[in-house]
Design a binder for this molecule. Structure first.
Ligand code: NDP
Ligand code: OXD
Length: 316
């Protein structure tokens, strides 16, 4: 008899659980979000959460593994006292691929000045704009984990020059990698800055004017571009707005925001050169999530190591 999986996943989407049930291969699901409840919370061994109720974690005294329904785990860290069990985050090609698609799309959109052509089209204006090649643009990716590495490789294939920065320096073929202490060098070589960092104490409010002012000035593009698919808590939106206003930034693409949904009165909505998406860069594929969790539980019960376990000290 398989131990049930408790779910408290507050995804604000159209995602359905049909495929998920297939993935967990007959394991009973107790979905709190559908009004279901376990008879005894202390008997629950496995739970899957996204922005869990803070009181939930305290009630799960018999928990063995806690799963995050996304790659990020800041939603668990901010939910109260952490249970003393491994926390496993979601890592899957379906997620990585989606993020790389979003990152490549944003880099190409800024390279080819898509928003300017859309404005010209609406105005019925036939006008060619200056057109650098991808190889003339240095994309600097901050966060060279699962998502950053894959985006870096795909951007490279598109012809961009790609640099990567992370806490521990990486060795990725064709990518010029920088370590934590080489931040200024990395920024000075970056035209398009891509944020794929987790939200931790160190990365909170990290993307500020101070960072944007250190980016490369490239005569081929008007001003540097900031693209963030990581977490909104890492960016200072007041600085982004003022940098768009004074030209320190020539454009932005943001999928994540300090407060989500983005407030209706945020100045960010109004900029032609700001491309905004509603935390939809890389949604968790529900069917893949089910198979992933089942695979991890099978590993755990067979005495093998769990994969993608969160480092509680590092916070991601
Ligand atoms: P990983 O844990 O695989 O990678 C994180 C990377 O960030 C690592 O390279 C890590 O360095 C680096 N890093 C962490 N802290 C610092 C720091 N203080 N200074 C420098 N580098 C740092 O995560 P993923 O790639 O799977 O995901 C990244 C984030 O993307 C998630 O945490 C989540 O917030 C966000 N995300 C957003 C989605 C969306 O739809 N918008 C979807 C999925 C994820 P090191 O390699 O040395 O550990
Ligand atoms: C994630 C996310 O962390 O969707 O997976 O943001």
């Amino acid at each position: 008899m398989k131990s049930p999986l408790l779910i408290d996943v507050k995804f604000d989407t159209t995602r359905k659980y049909d495929g998920f049930e297939k993935g967990v291969k007959g394991r009973q699901i107790i979905n709190l979000n559908a009004g279901e409840e376990p008879e005894d919370y202390s008997a629950i061994e496995y739970a899957l959460v996204w922005q869990p109720e803070p009181s939930l974690l305290d009630k799960l005294t018999g928990l063995k593994v806690l799963f995050s329904a996304g790659a990020g785990v800041d939603h668990i860290f901010s939910a109260g006292k952490l249970p003393d069990v491994p926390i496993v985050r979601f890592a899957d090609p379906t997620l990585t691929t989606r993020m790389s698609e979003w990152v490549c799309l944003q880099c190409l959109s800024h390279l080819r000045q898509t928003y300017k052509y859309i404005a010209l089209q609406r105005n019925r204006t036939w006008q060619e704009l200056p057109q650098p090649e991808a190889s003339e643009i240095n994309v600097g990716i901050m966060g060279m984990g699962n998502l950053g590495k894959d985006s870096a490789k795909k951007l490279k294939t598109l012809g961009f020059a790609v640099n990567g920065w992370s806490r521990t320096k990486k060795d990725v073929e064709g990518i010029n990698c920088f370590g934590e202490n080489e931040l200024d060098d990395f920024l000075a070589q970056t035209d398009f800055l891509v944020g794929l960092l987790p939200l931790t104490k160190q990365t909170t409010n990290f993307f500020s004017r101070d960072i944007f002012e250190k980016l490369k000035r490239n005569e081929e593009i008007a001003s540097p571009v900031f693209i963030n698919g990581g977490r909104g808590g890492s960016q200072v939106e007041a600085d982004i707005v003022s940098c768009l206003q004074d030209g320190t930034l020539g454009g932005v693409s943001l999928d994540v925001f300090q407060q989500e949904p983005l407030e209706a009165d945020s100045a960010l909505w109004g900029y032609e050169n700001a491309i905004l998406t509603p935390h939809a860069a890389a949604i968790s594929d529900i069917a893949a999530l089910g198979s992933y969790i089942e695979g991890q539980i099978e590993r755990f019960e067979a005495g093998k190591e769990l994969e993608h376990v969160v480092d509680l000290k590092a916070g991601y």
